[in-house]
Design a protein around this ligand. Sequence first.
Ligand code: HEC
Length: 217
Amino acid sequence: MADKITNIANDNAPLTGHAFDGIQEYDNPLPGWWKWLFIATIVFSLLYWPYFHFGAPGRSASERFSVAIAENMRLQFAEIGELQPNEATLVKMMYDDGWVKFGESVYRANCASCHGLDGGGIVGPNLADDHYKNVREITDILNIVQNGAAAGAMPAWKSRLQLNEQILVSSYVASLRGSTPAKAKGAEGNVIPPWPAKPADAPVNDEVNSSNSEPVQ
Ligand code: HEC
């Protein structure tokens, strides 16, 4: 019977000497390099696991990720420092395209799920129209962002975002007013007065304009 078996591996390999239902097994061990590689991965894991999970604090991937994020944010914020949570800052940042973009990234990550990517509103109200439920002045936006509203239906972000992020996302939300979302939720609340006008010291946003606006010698 054994001579009918097609041996695809090695015709000269010795048999192991045992048979199951007449089927015999060749003794074809795995190559040495393969076994050593396998053993090496086990040894590696025995070193890797305690090193990253029980070693000094800060070694795990998630901890290093948080540190990298914090460092990145520190670098970005080096330019503006610690923002003051007041009307002047909110208005100034609302007119600064660069920081509005930063606010938008905070918004997309944390707020878009309830307010829509373009602020048209889903669970949360439309942030692009002139109607507001809890907001009368621009500073009320920051207050709602920090402390939440409607018993947590709008979550409080005070301990979840850095103060600069809270301020910049509020300026971004303010900047949404007057835009036209793709799918706008119906108006809720009251019409409120317009935001304060663009301050005289607001940054020049358009790069082309700012380079053009330099005095011609
Ligand atoms: C879990 C859903 C949810 C998330 C996430 C969320 N919101 Fe809200 N938000 C709401 C709801 C619901 C309301 C309405 C509260 C009420 O009825 O008074 C609201 C209200 C607001 C208001 C006041 C609007 C008004 O008309 O008075 C602002 C401003 C706001 N949210 C901004 C944000 C920002 C900025 C973020 C992200 C940092 C955010 N929201 C994340 C659900 C959410």
